[in-house]
Design a protein. Structure first.
Length: 349
């Protein structure tokens, strides 16, 4: 049975944001082609919804759909400062509709709809994000929420929030990856013609000046590195290929992808290891070498840091191919909090 996603459209909804869940989850399918999600849209009364553009949208469900959803997504509204809700500031109909959501249902806000979730108290004591231009106002209105303006999305488990516009795509792909693994999320991203992964801890791309004339991009070096993930890749190697100093390379990486070169390489090595765990029967030692970690201890450490699972636990959850071996050295305790690697984990030992 497919997972039921219900998208709540409120007056002033942005059509682009409203279409994101249907586009991403609608493309997600199993290896045999079966749809993994059923996406529907509702309004509070089942009637037409005004958008922030020059048309209205007719939906086919009312608020009762929220009570039967596995995941509820609140689409972005075009708020002006005076319209943004504060604590307890929701109208009665909306507050009652959100109260009908089951306590086990996953709830996602896109962009400014984080204000709606926060007004219910759902985000009290949790980390959250919203559109970068409104983060200060969000923090002022909701002091019990830990606001992070430097991320694309925040995953608290049951409650997830995203930053502005296209960050909703990143968050929906993250949910597909969390539910069904990297291979299906990557296939979904290809069908949507978007990048399969931008780390949730990555800085938002806002108000950065365009490169000055003659500035070089790191794109060619990033492609070069992706083709050599199994090899040692030092900062000096990357800087040499880019014909830049280490300092300039690091600055350009931060400007272009929101991460340091070390963070970027580790993220892609983890992603490659996840794909190998899902789609091959290679042992953990072999995958550690193929992904560029060299030492399986580094692979375990970084995988647990990024996804909260050891390699064997990840494989049991997501693999389409039975493993050829199980590493008895692993503590397969599963999900939970993970230790942070204080070393850079960048070069292989």
């Amino acid at each position: 049975m497919s997972h039921r996603v219900v998208v709540l459209a409120l007056d002033g909804v942005k059509p682009f944001d409203l279409g994101i869940p249907g586009q991403v989850f609608g493309y997600a399918s199993s290896s045999s082609g079966e749809p993994l999600y059923e996406v529907s849209t509702c309004s509070l009364d089942g009637g037409p919804v005004t958008t922030n553009q020059d048309f209205t949208i007719q939906v086919h469900n009312d608020r009762s759909a929220l009570a039967t959803a596995d995941t509820v997504i609140i689409a972005t509204q075009d708020h002006r400062d005076r319209d943004l809700p504060g604590p307890g500031g929701l109208d009665d109909d909306l507050a009652a509709a959100l109260a009908d959501i089951a306590p086990t249902t996953r709830v996602i806000s896109l962009c400014t709809s984080a204000f709606v979730l926060a007004a219910t108290g759902m985000l009290d004591g949790q980390s959250a994000t919203t559109h970068w231009a409104l983060c200060e106002e969000f923090a002022r209105r909701f002091p019990l929420v830990d606001v992070n303006k430097s991320v694309l999305f925040v995953d608290n488990g049951r409650i997830l929030t995203s930053a502005g516009a296209a960050a909703g795509i990143d968050l929906c792909l993250h949910v597909v990856r969390r539910d069904h693994g990297a291979a299906i999320a990557n296939a979904t991203a290809r069908r949507c013609v978007v990048a399969p992964w931008r780390d949730g801890g990555q800085a938002q791309f806002v108000e950065r000046p365009l490169p000055e004339h003659g500035d070089a991009s790191t794109a060619a070096t990033r492609q070069w590195a992706l083709e050599r993930l199994s090899e040692p890749l030092s900062l000096a190697d990357l800087a040499s290929h880019a014909h830049m100093s280490v300092r300039t390379l690091t600055r350009r990486f931060r400007a272009e992808v929101g991460q340091t070169p070390q963070q970027w390489v580790i993220q892609h090595r983890v992603d490659h290891a996840r794909l190998l765990l899902e789609s091959t029967g290679l042992g953990v030692d072999e995958i550690a070498r193929a992904a560029g970690f060299g030492d399986p201890v580094l692979l375990r450490r970084h995988l647990r840091t990024h996804v909260g699972l050891t390699p064997n636990a990840y494989r049991r959850t997501y693999a389409s191919t039975p493993p050829s071996s199980v590493d008895p050295r692993e503590n397969t305790w599963g999900q939970g909090s993970v230790p942070v690697d204080r070393g850079n984990g960048f070069e292989r030992p």
